[in-house]
Ligand binder design. Structure first.
Ligand SMILES: N[C@@H](CCC(=O)N[C@@H](CS)C(=O)NCC(=O)O)C(=O)O
Length: 219
């Protein structure tokens, strides 16, 4: 069975896990933390970042590379459309999610959860607050204008675009934040639909239960 190194708390790892779940691919998840020295993980991830994959002696790092590998190896159901315009839009959303959205969410999540809960040191609350106040609203406004009232971001089925965009936003409840329905009604409804899919819900529920257990969700 293929091995995926990482933790689903990472939106990049969760993106791969959700893609695998939607395709019905079984993966063994080998938990590794930030900066992990595990030899097999390091062999698969030259930069020591998660996720990384081992499929026999084939090794691959980076969530986008891994998703493309899985899409080529397990074409059905397709999550990267073949049609030119749909494929272009799908990769735009993935890129937006992986760079811009994650750039903001990572500042919030690292300083509020990763540092205190997993690394047992103080995060920088100012950096997290600044990202939430100054960086997040324009990104949510963009998504509010672009998500559909019903259905999916690209075409009429789930694609990598939905998985990539919904993954980082899945970390908001971990920080006791949410996309406020009064300000972003379409986006809030869209996220409820996508995060409600069994592929997402199983991971998000488990993560929240863990944070509740270690007391990281109390106000
Ligand atoms: N472009 C990479 C980014 C992966 C990444 O930055 N992962 C973070 C966790 S969210 C990580 O492993 N950080 C640890 C580090 O930078 O040492 C991907 O898509 O997989």
């Amino acid at each position: 069975m293929m091995i995926l190194f990482g933790s689903s708390f990472s939106p990049y790892v969760r993106k791969v896990l959700v893609v695998a779940a939607e395709k019905g691919i079984e993966l063994e998840v080998r938990p590794v933390g930030v900066g992990d020295r595990d030899e097999q993980f390091r062999a698969a991830s030259p930069l020591g970042k998660m996720p990384a994959l081992a499929d026999g002696d084939y090794r691959l790092a980076d969530s986008s590379a891994i998703v493309h590998y899985l899409e080529a190896k397990y074409p059905s159901p397709a999550l990267i459309p073949a049609e030119a315009k749909a494929r272009g839009r799908t990769i735009w959303y993935e890129e937006f999610a992986d760079t811009v959205l994650m750039g903001c969410l990572a500042k919030m999540f690292f300083n509020r959860v990763v540092a205190p809960v997993f690394l047992r040191r103080d995060g920088n609350a100012d950096i997290a607050d600044m990202a939430e106040r100054d960086e997040l609203p324009p990104l949510l406004s963009y998504l509010e204008q672009t998500v559909p009232a019903e259905g999916y971001l690209v075409g009429d089925g789930l694609t990598l675009a939905d998985v990539a965009v919904a993954s980082p936003l899945g970390n908001l409840p971990h920080m006791r934040c949410s996309v406020v329905a009064e300000s972003y009604p379409r986006l809030a409804a869209y996220l409820e639909r996508i995060h409600g899919r069994p592929s997402f819900k199983s991971y998000l529920d488990r993560e929240l239960a863990y944070l509740a257990k270690v007391g990281a969700l109390s106000a």
